[in-house]
Ligand binder design. Structure first.
Ligand code: GUN
Length: 294
């Protein structure tokens, strides 16, 4: 069994990005600038945002954090989005999700200029990704593809099973695995809460992507010997032995499943660090106007 060390792979890619940023600065260009909008004080969102700001520092980017209170109106948030769309000093920006229940996530995402949508959530980027056109690709799926590529996992002709159909992980990763390129060219099955005989399907997987947000859901009986298992779960579960009072728990029962696998990602230190690196990569591409030239 080979542990896929997302932390080490992410650190390597961050070094590569930082080198490129050094070259840009040497040529008199300004550093890429990522802005983040955080509404409210959700613990998970606060820590994701702090990690993104730290990654910007490591890559030599400029970052700005714009905070709105939980009680802010959707119109106030849309005003911030319009301001960032128009600000030529900002290459890309993200609105951290989830938003408070009184805001419409789709309306907010659609208000973002797709040329600055480094999260890859805007329907234009989602659509372009699904037909294989250059775009900002959603960070977690892009991170998973980079993990597979850099770990030397062959995907060609393999049966990939995705558990979960969210717009930001399940659907886009299924779409990327399906594309006729490398990594990709898989036969893809997407399972979800309405799938009968789920274990029967997951046992057929050469590559199993668990992205349902249910700690420890994937057990040994659901995995074929020699499978590649990618765990996207990051649920906070109470843990009295930790100073924080919680720990991150994946969707896979690692102890049971790892001995069966050819490759597996740990939680933490697997997909999580790659998601942030994908965001850095998209921001660099935005700054260099590599995807959208105007
Ligand atoms: N919430 C959970 N994951 C993400 C992400 O990748 N981007 C944003 N904006 N919000 C998230």
């Amino acid at each position: 069994m080979q542990l896929i060390d997302g932390k080490a792979i992410a650190a390597q890619i961050k070094r590569e990005i930082a080198q490129e940023v050094c070259l840009m600065k040497e040529r008199g260009l300004r550093a890429p600038h990522l802005a983040g909008v955080l509404v409210g004080h959700d613990g998970g969102s606060e820590s994701y945002m702090a990690s993104k700001v730290k990654a910007c520092e490591e890559c030599g980017f400029t970052s700005s954090l714009i905070r709105l209170e939980e009680a802010a109106t959707e119109e106030e948030l849309l005003d911030v989005v319009r301001h960032l769309n128009a600000d030529a000093s900002v290459d890309g920006f993200i609105v951290q999700l989830p938003l408070p229940a009184h805001m419409n996530e789709h309306r907010v995402i659609e208000a973002i200029d797709y040329r600055k949508d480094v999260d890859g959530f805007h329907p234009i980027n989602v659509g372009r990704m699904s037909i294989g056109l250059p775009c900002f690709c959603s960070a977690t799926p892009a991170g998973i593809m980079m993990l597979l590529e850099r770990s030397g996992v062959a995907t060609q002709g393999k049966h990939a099973v995705v558990i979960g159909r969210s717009n930001i992980v399940g659907k886009p990763v299924a779409s990327l695995l399906l594309q006729k390129r490398n990594p990709g060219n898989c036969t893809v099955t997407v399972c979800h809460s309405g799938t009968p005989n789920l274990a029967q399907i997951t046992r057929e997987a050469d590559i199993l992507i668990a992205a349902l947000g249910h700690p420890g859901f994937v057990t040994a009986q659901m995995v074929k010997q020699g499978a590649v298992v990618i765990d996207v779960g990051t649920t906070r579960v109470p843990d009295a032995t930790r100073k924080s009072g919680w720990r991150l728990c994946g969707d896979v029962d690692f102890e049971q499943v790892a001995p069966l696998c050819s490759h597996i990602t740990p939680v933490p230190g697997g997909v999580g660090p790659m998601t942030i690196v994908s965001l850095m990569r998209n921001t660099l591409l935005a700054a260099k106007k590599e995807i959208y030239t105007d």
